[in-house]
Write a protein that binds this ligand. Sequence first.
Ligand code: ADP
Ligand code: MG
Length: 699
Amino acid sequence: MAQESIKEIYGSLVFGDSVMRERLPKDVYKAVKETAENGTHLALDVANTVAAAMKEWALENGATHFTHWFQPMTGLTAEKHDSFIFPAGSGEVLLEFSGKELVKGEPDASSFPSGGLRATFEARGYTAWDPSSPAFIKDGTLYIPTAFCSYGGEALDKKTPLLRSMDALSESAVKVLKLLGKDVKRVNTTIGSEQEYFLIDKEKYLKRKDLVMCGRTLIGAPAPKGQEMEDHYFGVLKPKVSEFMHELDKELWKLGVPAKTKHNEVAPAQHELAPVFETANVSVDHNQLTMEIMKKVADKCGYACLLHEKPFDGINGSGKHNNWSISTNEGENLLDPGKTPQDNKQFLIFLMAVISAVDDYADLLRLSVATAGNDHRLGANEAPPAVISVFIGDELAGVLKSIEEGTKYDGSGATKMSWAHVLPHITQDTTDRNRTSPFAFTGNKFEFRMPGSSLSVAQPNIALNTAVAEELDKIYEKLKDVSSDKIDEAINGILKEMLTAHKKIIFNGNGYSDEWLEEAEKRGLYNLKSLPDAMPHLLSDTNRELFKKHEVLSDVEIESRYEIFLENYNKEIHIEALTLQEMIRKDFTQGLVAYMKDVTNEALKKKQLLPDLTISYESDIINTLDDTSEIIGNKIHQLRDDTERAEKIEDALEAARFYHDVILKDMEELRTFVDKAEKIIPDGYLPYPTYGQLLFSLR
Ligand code: ADP
Ligand code: MG
């Protein structure tokens, strides 16, 4: 694509800054900007003017409808479209869109997860315009990003607490900066979320009930080849895949999503897209859009896009790396160490605030990424373990050590490298990349690597922002009464104190090793392996207090989320258990029986013709398949009975434990035998494609 045309299409469907500047009166434009950047309240007359301009722009760009676009607790986005039409009698029509319609919507909230927050008679919910995330046009509809709450005003979505947590962090950071002599209006959280995904052939996808219903395969013998050749990571893009990626970039760019990097990932048929970072709220919205557009473009290109955390057994699953930093409204990145981090007090304070936050609220961070899908990944040597630790690298470790010991840090110094004459000299980074840490400092930001690929990144960022706000408040309390001539000394004291208290969370070694798990246990770190292990921590006094104090989530909102997370987990595994049974009974068994019948007939015919033949090969096949199918028969009954037991458990946590301890185990055992049989049955007998066909058929 020519450079000009990228410029032309980028943001062409967004009611963004340049459109607003062009179409809004100056004072209205300023008011909207002020609201977007500093979270100030917007008056209705301003909204009326914005709505009129938005409508004109949307109509000119082919829109016929508008929708309040929101993010309920399903993890997906929701929308209901209204046309702009207003009949004016005798076949005439007016096209209307008022400030009131822009600002507030009243969807029926009764069919969204509410975790017991909403009595059924209080069906009404509200959506409210979020002016800090730009409206856009998609498929002929004007999309207005909104927050969603219940009739009683409790948040029923992921955006509301995210916005609140950004405010909390800003408030605390601004106070601390003021003590350090820096006067800024606002501090923003920035996020760049790298998104992994699988592409598979659409026709094949549609033949597998497990993929269609659950997003992951529930059975399937491994293909002879997996990812052991390490030939897919950064491999040459296949032409059709490349076409898909190109089309995807184009669609995202139109919507103002800054898609930047694309490459093949470790597992066969696995890929990644990374955007340029943006303000947290916009970045979360854009990630939701990215996932949606990925699926849509994939479908158009003859693929299905899998966003599940573990679509295939035996090869890597997909995650989403949450790159996170904080910067002032003037654009200064507060996690930038500069050339001499040892002398950069501001940086060290923010660094220690983050480290302390991760230590004090490790359980909260862990549970913020807990889902049925992600449980398959964490700790399976392809993603970080379920234990949270922080990687800071050698240089910062040296700096922190000198603070703790009260010695002078003389710096490691940058080294120039040259590994062949013709090549340019390159400055070596002071720290190597660490790929095994769940929470790694990567130059001027932290990278939280635990989120699952299908997760809304709102969740971990709500936890992270609020926890860091709390640590900054603690620092503020200790520094606020110190006179300016003593401040440096006081900061040193605080840093040392924090380091001593929290150094147990710092780990610079191999996070995938067994030794680390032992060491982590000795250090007293959490190892919350599954969602049912993690979720009760949401109700701990510490975590409740944190959210309440910073006005991010109230007690009832916390309890409702607790219920919803557990219910989602239980429902997901329940669907998997039913799908597995159906797929084995209706699809796998068909193939098994047909093959056994053919082999038996073949053997009988041979025997008839030549009675002395041993037919040992055929007998062996029949014997093995018969043994295996008997076990499968028993195990499928077991799964059926246990699923019925699970359905009767009323308490959500008790049910989750049962799904984890019993149902998942039943499913795992069952699949072992199905996979064993599948290894023997020729592909053509199975009414669904095998792993080999799914993973190695991309062109
Ligand atoms: P990796 O080496 O982990 O694959 P990438 O270069 O693919 O790294 O992705 C890094 C991500 O971090 C990008 O999305 C980038 O925009 C984002 N990023 C860079 N700086 C910041 C920052 N200050 N705040 C948040 N995210 C950032
Ligand atoms: Mg990364």
